[in-house]
Design a protein around this ligand. Structure first.
Ligand SMILES: *Cc1c(COP(=O)(O)O)cnc(C)c1O
Length: 219
């Protein structure tokens, strides 16, 4: 069986250098995460605050990105641990992040999560509302918008996800062209294990990969 290291290196070889890999570590053990770190993984993505807290204190040297749905009552815990919140999906959440970060004199890098497929089962801002919401969040001094994130609709054949990735890139470029103060638009986080190649072709520069590094998850 291929090791975590082999699998990570294989992905790393396939993709251009400018693309950042976030290793998605939900349901993975501390041992598996350490193995990934030894293989060269620098950023991990976690979906749940409690699960992340249990692991975080056992592992040094990694950057932690939050990629799950963040509830406002978990913000205090989240900002102690995470280096980036990729899943900001409302002005209300951003206001709470700003308020709690101010108390710690911290500025939190954030991405705005877009529900590009308009799916009811998914979180994220509607594409047509993104610009207005970003303008409001940009006013908050203790959060810093660095780009967009999306979880595209799932297809067995990733070619079918291509139009969604393309739409994300268009939105990303449109927001970037507005040159909004306190908005950087440098990260476009999209593409998972079965779709990252198509996502990169369409402009992704950050991919979030779980299964393809660690093997299948148990549900
Ligand atoms: C689980 C998850 C991923 C990784 O999915 P894989 O198919 O295991 O690569 C990426 N992004 C988010 C938001 C996730 O929840």
């Amino acid at each position: 069986m291929e090791s975590i290291k082999d699998k990570y290196n294989e992905i790393k070889r396939q993709i251009p250098d400018y693309v950042t890999i976030v290793a998605v570590t939900k349901q993975r053990t501390i041992e598996e995460i350490k193995e990934a770190f030894d293989a060269g993984v620098k950023i991990v993505g976690e979906n749940y605050i409690q699960e992340a807290m249990d692991k975080y204190r056992h592992i040094d040297g990694l950057q932690w990105h939050f990629i799950g749905h963040l509830q406002r009552n978990k913000v205090k815990d989240a900002i102690k641990m995470f280096d980036c919140i990729q899943s900001v999906d409302s002005v209300r959440l951003a206001i709470e992040l700003d308020k709690q970060c101010a108390k710690l004199s911290k500025v939190m890098p954030i991405l705005i999560e877009i529900n590009i497929g308009g799916e009811e089962s998914k979180y994220g801002v509607k594409p047509e509302e993104a610009l207005g919401i970003i303008r409001q969040i940009a006013e908050l001094p203790n959060v810093h918008i660095e780009g967009l994130m999306t979880m595209e609709p799932y297809f067995d054949d990733p070619e079918q996800a291509r139009p969604y990735f393309r739409q994300m890139k268009r939105l990303f470029d449109e927001i970037k062209s507005q040159n909004i103060p306190n908005v950087e638009m440098k990260i476009l986080s999209m593409g998972i294990s079965n779709s990252y190649e198509v996502a990169i072709e369409e402009g992704s520069n950050m991919v979030r990969i779980g299964t393809k590094i660690f093997g299948p998850r148990e549900y």
